[in-house]
Write a protein that binds this ligand. Sequence first.
Ligand code: PAF
Length: 283
Amino acid sequence: MSRSPLIVRTVPTLRRAIDSLRSRKATVALVPTMGALHDGHLSLVRLAKRRADKVVVSIFVNPTQFAPSEDFGAYPRTWKEDVAKLTAEKTDLIWHPDGKAMYPDGFATRVGLEGPAIVGLEDRFRPHFFGGVATVVAKLFTQVRPAIAIFGEKDFQQLRVVTRMAADLDLGVKVIGSKTVRERDGLAMSSRNVYLSAEERAAAPALYRAMRESAVRLKQGSDMSAAMAAGTEIITVAGFALDYFELRNAATLQPVTSTRDGPLRILVAAKLGATRLIDNMAV
Ligand code: PAF
């Protein structure tokens, strides 16, 4: 049987635990999560284990990245199952602060962002989101002091924002993106998939089909707007309310005017009923 990871809930205890993990020059990898762990998260932990000597997973449902109208209260919390999964993956330490440990009374700082955080994708629909993510991730990086941190490519704009921030603020962390893990029918794994009704779950893989259809057409050299329109049609016919379905430069996330402006990435966000799903695909 695997040994349970060390579970730490306060910053001073974390400091001591990280000092001890880092002794004898061991490299530390951090996998930041909000819990409700699925196979996508576990693939991040496995990548972390391959790249570093010690693996820290943070579990913190970060209130500052949710708007008041969003699902902070309802966000799935599955602590016992998460610990069991991380034990099976031989995680070394779980950093599980409560709201007060992360944001003590009087907390008044927020990371300001430009570049990939203001390109009119997630930021257009969730203007509060990246400020909250960047602030908590900056704190996680300074608390854990990892050599590397692993983020899923599923939140592609988040990956770009965090990578930029780590470089700009000289945080000394190498940010590594990990491939999206999908269900057999193509739906990207997400903690929010549990919100989908049976009917919505059946419709949800249309996002993947749409991206694949547009990507294939683009690779075959078809007109850019026609290729993207074909994907848009698949999404709307499946019953989604579309926020965006866009072709962007994968490095800058800026809009492209020609398929020669690559590397190209399709990014999508759409709602099925009350559930908002995001996904992306390289072209
Ligand atoms: O991707 C997530 O789960 C969250 O945005 C993160 C990076 C853990 C920050 O709260």
